[in-house]
Design a protein around this ligand. Sequence first.
Ligand code: TNX
Length: 524
Amino acid sequence: MINRNHSGAIKTVIIIAMTVLQMSCTTKTPSDLSEESIIPKPVSITSTCDYFTLNAKTAIYVKGETADIIRIGGFLSAILKPATGFPLNVKSTIEAPGSGNIFLMLSDSAETRGDEGYLLTVTKKQLKLVAKSPAGLFRGIQTIRQILPSDIERDSIVERPWEIATGTIVDYPEYSYRGAMLDVARHFFGVDDVKRFIDFLACYKMNVLHLHLSDDQGWRIEIKSWPNLTIHGGSTEVGGGTGGFYTQEQYSDFVKYASDRYITLVPEIDMPGHINAALASYPELNSNGKATELYTGTEVGFSTLSTKKEITYKFVDDVFRELATLTPGPYIHIGGDESHVTKKEDYIPFVERVQDIVIAHGKQIIGWDEISLSTLRPNATAQFWANAANANRAVSQGAKILMSPAARTYIDMKYDSTTVLGLSWAGYVEIDSSYIWDPANYVPGIGREKITGIEAPLWTETITNMKELEYMVFPRLPGLAEIGWTTSSERSWEEYKVRLGKQGARLKAMDINFYRSKQVPWVE
Ligand code: TNX
């Protein structure tokens, strides 16, 4: 964990230094690093008023030969190649390279705070990125992308100078958990779509992808011991389409794709409610022993596992055993929300037993805030979405809170009354309202030390394809990523909206279908 208590004085010095240096930058961008639009906003930027130029001879030197650092070098090369057309070869070295090159290295030096922190130093001669761990280098690479012209995001050669303003960026995150959730149950999203979503998270230095893998409308992850879950339960979706599911191999491929980007996958199987797809696939999971019909509507809260039958716990154990095997990350999400047809006296022992099952498979649990009705096991995390009393009850039991207030972070909410897609039960969520809030004082009684981080859920009752997904995700996701990364005293909406606006051209170059909110002064 990062200790911020001693950073105030250092920051003041840096800010004064920045101000002085900024005033002395007389030439136009790209020679003023502090003028670049970087999201999330870094801890500090110091300009030195010159620029570094990428050229056809630039190579990416990595210190040492570990697989991680070579892969990260390759990642940077792959980002920079298409638009520049330069070879940007990755070379292992033990010494700092000569002029004109990029240098990535790991070091325990104090300035590179925490596992995701990095220090970027750009001089006229060299671009150097230092971090304590590979994750920090990976985060730093996202900054390098954003201080290059937005054309860098194009997928074919652009003839132009590739200049980067010189200076220093010191950076590290406020919260350790910075995630988004994708509901692949209401509408199914294929393998390439999920990977593109992971790419979006990576761009904004997010580190968790929570996949909502089951709900009333569909079961999306192969469970070998209960094959009908996907054969039947995965065969449709909202609106009656053909649905789909991920084989365990495909799922493992996501895990790898995400972990190569230092993103942890959190799989969710929602129970005891939101479970109709399983109830339709296996009659024995129902109290009356009869399979339900598949469901393609958008109501919530009408289904429940039978909490009294032993077979239910065999099912839960098998599902979480297989899922735990597929999950190198520490968490499994057990859902627990909106179980409106499960009696409270049945819900409580059920959630307690499910927690024990997950723990027996070596994982920590996350659940929607309702799980605090039960006795929470050690290391449980409650995901606050709407009910402050639930969240406070979780805290009083010693649990951590993951902040997903619907009125701020639900990126399935409409922007305003004219938005065609999305829902509005939590209100309209324009760019300002999703940005102007502080996780550490949002729920009375739940301060900074109780909070692991934030997560932005994308529920997909109304979202059917990637272009629609992009429209709801952008531009809210970058702002939510910033809330997780940048300490709240360093954030202001008036400053942020200008910085976001400057990223318009970048989003366009990335071929992202984004909402052109009138609140933002877009520069495209
Ligand atoms: C509430 S948030 C739900 C979801 C819906 C979502 C739509 C939560 C834990 N449950 O089942 O998809 O609202 O916004």
